[in-house]
Every structure is written in structure tokens, then in C-alpha cells.
Design a protein around this ligand. Structure first.
Ligand code: ADP
Ligand code: ASP
Ligand code: MG
Length: 454
């Protein structure tokens, strides 16, 4: 028996497939990787997921006609790419695909306006068309460029629970299906092209992996295939020293450890989906973040471990829209069971706590997701007095060996000594230092820290 081929998984984000030029670049980048058995994963064309979500909201209010009309410009964007880059027969077949999508979406949006099926289920089915169409289109474009591409439906590969909107993959089943379906194609020299973000529940209903979830799809597929590398192609050259929208002078970081990258992704570095790293970590697969507009640059390599730099700080991430809850109770003093009761409340409402800090008689914690804040606060009031503070931001300074470096905390805080800091968490992980400031201060804090450390 011949040996199996070890693939490179290449994921292209929305801005890497925004128009015909971008699609052509992707086909070129894939061609460059042809000898390494590429498996291609694509996001929806940029802005399409947002458009589908807003069409769903319009339909929900009862106006399914406007909802479907609002999608027309996006259908046209797809058709323009097809016209520019594929042959006549391909254009015709893609047009059939677009007509089918338009009919299906009309049906789904009408159902949403009549509420004839559960809305959360309809929403995922609707939003999945972004990746269904982009993956079909990219397959055609690759074929037109003489690549042996074949579209594969991710909904037959990635199995999830039925938490619509942000479903959890079921690893063993996903791993089996991906190996069973994709490895033979790879071994035969074909290039599978998959839509990221979309999956299906065991019952076969379409689900999605949460916003930005195509990175996660890439990591799952890469892990299942024990890929040589997972490449995340985006519109910036790797993971940068901070969000370039705040500091245009942000620089590319050469290497990051899995731990550093996870902290950055979790605390808001949008360039990677927070859950992306885990499947890669489990099988020690390198993840490379690179720029589809500058494909000759190496970008950032994410590896099991990385070197610490002289200044220790490698990057600064942030997340806005954070709410702080403070629970104080004299009962806490010297009692056990209090923390457990507190955590159980969050567990019941499936709400994740980001940062936590405790004193003798109070606990302060931060939430990103406030969907269930009312019932949570209701229950917390049985444990003590509760204060709520909206409009905060978490800032996370990341670097290997950060905890072990004396004087670093004072260096960080003296840089922003005139700004009020409401919560600090340092030491839970050796690679990060996290604190909370008012949302309106974020830009300034990051600029000052970036200035100090880079
Ligand atoms: P894609 O569509 O390729 O998935 P995203 O928009 O999800 O791209 O992520 C890329 C964006 O992440 C960049 O354009 C940048 O504005 C933002 N970003 C935030 N923090 C960072 C960071 N530390 N390094 C790189 N990009 C960052
Ligand atoms: N298209 C989806 C989104 O915009 C998934 C992704 O791009 O990763 O969230
Ligand atoms: Mg993304």
C-alpha cells in the first residue's frame, strides 16, 4: 500500500475572497502549494455573512420581500467573479447554483417571517449560504486555473451538537468523517474545497461554528488529517503586535507559542478565532497566519513553544463591550462553597467568565456575553449585593515568560498610571497579564503600551 499524502490546510478569510482579483490571487496561492497536497477552506465573500444575518433580521420582522431583495447585490458579486474567471459552461452551472440559492433563501426567509420553524435553526440555514456559495465559486475558479479542485460539503464532514449559532463540534465523529471522505481524494491528487464556518448536527440540520468560525473549521480539518501545516490566509501579514486599526505601526510577530496565540485570540485579536488553536495543539500542528495580498511574506508561525523576546511583551490584545459584575457578601468571609455557588449560576446560563478577581468579601468578574445577564443577576442577588458596570474593555498583554519577569507589571502600570484600572489578573497563565479599563480609554492605553514596548 502506498503511503498517505500529508496535506497542507489553507484557509482563506472573507477579505481574501472579496472580488475577482482576490479569487484569482487565491487560485495562484493554492497553485504554489500544489506539491504539498492542499486542502482549501474558504469563508464567505466579505460582507456576505453580515448581509445574510441582516436579511434574517428583516424577515423576522415580517418583511421577507425586502430581505431577499437586500441580497441581490451579493448574488451579483458572485456572478461577476464567475464571469471574470471561469469559462462559459462553468458560468452557466454557477448561475444555476445561484438561482437555486436564491429560491432556497426565499423559502427560508419566508419561513422566518412566518416563524414556521424554530428561528435559531432557520438563522443557521440562511447564514450558511455565504460559505456554500463561496466554496462552489472558488472550486470553479480553481478548476478554470487547471487545479484539480472538488467542492466538498462541510455539513457532511463536521458534526456538531445543536447549539445553533455557535455549535460545538463532536470530535470523534468529525475526525472519522474527514479522514474517510477527504484522505482518499488527497491521495488521488484532488484538491478538496470546503466552506468554513458551516457544519451539521447529528440530525443533519445545518449549524454554524460562531462568527469567525472558518478558522476553527480549518483547525478541525487540519487536526483530523494530521496536516503538515494549517495556513490562515487573511488581510494582514500575520499576528501583529496589536490591532492595526488602533496602531497602524503594529508589526508582524515572527513566532508565537500555542499558549500565547490562544490568549491573544481569546482576548480579542480577531485575526484568529479563539478556538482555532486547540485542535492544532492536540496534534502539534504548526499554524501559520499570512497575508493573501503579500503572499511572499512569511507571516507568523504558531508552534508548540516559542522564544521569549528581550522585552517579554509580544502583543497586546483587547476586547470591548465588557460588563463587570461585583458580588459582595459578608458571608464570603472564611466560608467555603461560596465560589462554587457563584460559578454554578454562570454554568446554568452557559455564560463564560473572562477575568475574575477576589478579595475577602467580594468577587469581581467580567462577561463578554450578556444575553442572560438579567436572570444571572437575579440569582446572584441571593448570594450577596450585586453591582453592574457596562462599557468596559479587557486588555491582555501577552508574552512567554511574562509572569517570571520582575518589574514588568510596574512597567506596564506606570505607563498608564493616570488611567483607572478596575480589575487585574496576573499569574493564572505564565504568558499573560490582563486588566480592565473603561471602553473609551482603550485606544489610548494600547497606544501608550505599544509605544513603551515596541
Ligand atoms: P478574515 O476575514 O481573514 O478571517 P478577520 O477580519 O477575521 O479576517 O481578521 C483579520 C483582522 O484582525 C485584521 O484585519 C485586523 O484588523 C484584526 N486584528 C485585530 N488584532 C490583530 C492582531 N493582533 N494582529 C493581526 N490582526 C489583528
Ligand atoms: N463567514 C463567517 C463570518 O463572517 C465565518 C468566517 O468568516 O470565519 O463570521
Ligand atoms: Mg476571521
Amino acid at each position: 500500500m502506498s503511503e498517505r499524502k500529508i496535506p497542507t490546510v489553507m484557509k482563506f478569510g472573507g477579505t481574501s475572497v472579496q472580488d475577482a482579483k482576490a479569487f484569482a490571487r487565491v487560485a495562484e496561492i493554492v497553485t504554489g502549494e500544489k506539491e504539498n497536497s492542499p486542502v482549501v477552506i474558504t469563508s464567505a465573500m466579505s460582507k456576505v455573512t453580515d448581509a445574510l444575518l441582516s436579511a434574517f433580521e428583516t424577515a423576522k420582522k415580517g418583511d421577507s420581500d425586502s430581505a431577499i431583495t437586500s441580497l441581490e447585490p451579493h448574488f451579483e458579486r458572485h456572478a461577476r467573479v464567475s464571469d471574470a474567471l471561469t469559462n462559459e459552461a462553468q458560468q452557466k452551472s454557477f448561475q444555476t447554483e445561484l438561482d437555486f440559492a436564491r429560491r432556497e433563501l426565499t423559502d427560508l426567509l419566508t419561513r422566518a417571517s412566518r416563524r414556521s420553524l424554530p428561528l435559531s435553526m432557520l438563522k443557521d440555514a440562511i447564514v450558511s449560504y455565504g460559505e456554500q456559495l463561496s466554496s462552489r465559486l472558488l472550486t470553479e475558479v480553481c478548476r478554470a486555473k487547471n487545479l484539480n479542485a472538488r467542492q466538498m460539503d462541510s455539513r457532511r464532514l463536521i458534526v456538531t451538537d445543536d447549539e445553533y449559532g455557535a455549535a460545538m463540534p463532536i470530535w470523534n465523529e468529525t475526525e472519522n468523517l474527514v479522514q474517510l471522505e477527504l484522505q482518499p481524494l488527497i491521495d488521488a491528487g484532488e484538491i478538496p474545497v470546503l466552506g468554513g464556518f458551516i457544519a451539521a448536527s447529528r440530525g443533519g440540520e445545518t449549524t454554524v461554528l460562531g462568527r469567525g468560525g472558518s478558522d476553527y473549521s480549518a483547525a478541525l480539518v487540519g487536526a483530523a488529517l494530521r496536516a503538515r501545516e494549517i495556513q490562515i490566509w487573511t488581510d494582514v501579514t500575520g499576528v501583529l503586535t496589536c490591532d492595526p486599526r488602533i496602531c497602524p505601526e503594529a508589526r508582524t510577530i515572527g513566532t508565537l507559542s500555542y499558549e500565547e496565540a490562544s490568549e491573544l485570540a481569546y482576548f480579542g485579536a480577531k485575526v484568529l478565532h479563539p478556538k482555532t488553536i486547540q485542535p492544532a495543539v492536540d496534534f502539534s500542528i504548526p499554524v501559520r497566519v499570512c497575508n493573501s495580498h503579500e503572499s511572499d511574506k512569511l507571516g507568523t508561525m504558531i508552534l508548540p513553544s516559542s522564544e521569549s523576546t528581550k522585552k517579554k511583551v509580544k502583543s497586546i490584545a483587547h476586547k470591548t463591550g465588557i460588563t463587570i459584575l461585583r458580588v459582595s457578601s459578608a458571608r464570603m468571609l472564611g466560608s467555603y462553597g461560596f465560589m462554587s455557588a457563584l460559578f454554578q449560576v454562570f454554568e446554568r446560563y452557559r455564560t463564560v467568565i473572562d477575568v475574575i478577581s477576589t478579595s475577602e468579601v467580594s468577587v469581581a468578574l467580567t462577561l463578554d456575553d450578556t444575553a442572560s445577564i438579567e436572570p444571572i443577576v437575579g440569582e446572584l442577588k441571593r448570594l450577596g449585593d450585586v453591582e453592574i458596570e457596562h462599557n468596559n474593555a479587557v486588555i491582555c498583554v501577552v508574552g512567554e515568560g511574562l509572569r517570571a519577569t520582575s518589574g514588568l507589571a510596574s512597567n506596564i502600570f506606570s505607563t498608564i498610571s493616570d488611567i483607572n484600572i478596575s480589575l487585574i489578573s496576573h499569574g493564572a497563565s505564565s504568558v499573560n497579564m490582563t486588566f480592565v479599563v473603561k471602553e473609551e480609554k482603550v485606544g489610548e492605553v494600547i497606544k501608550r503600551l505599544h509605544n513603551e514596548f515596541f
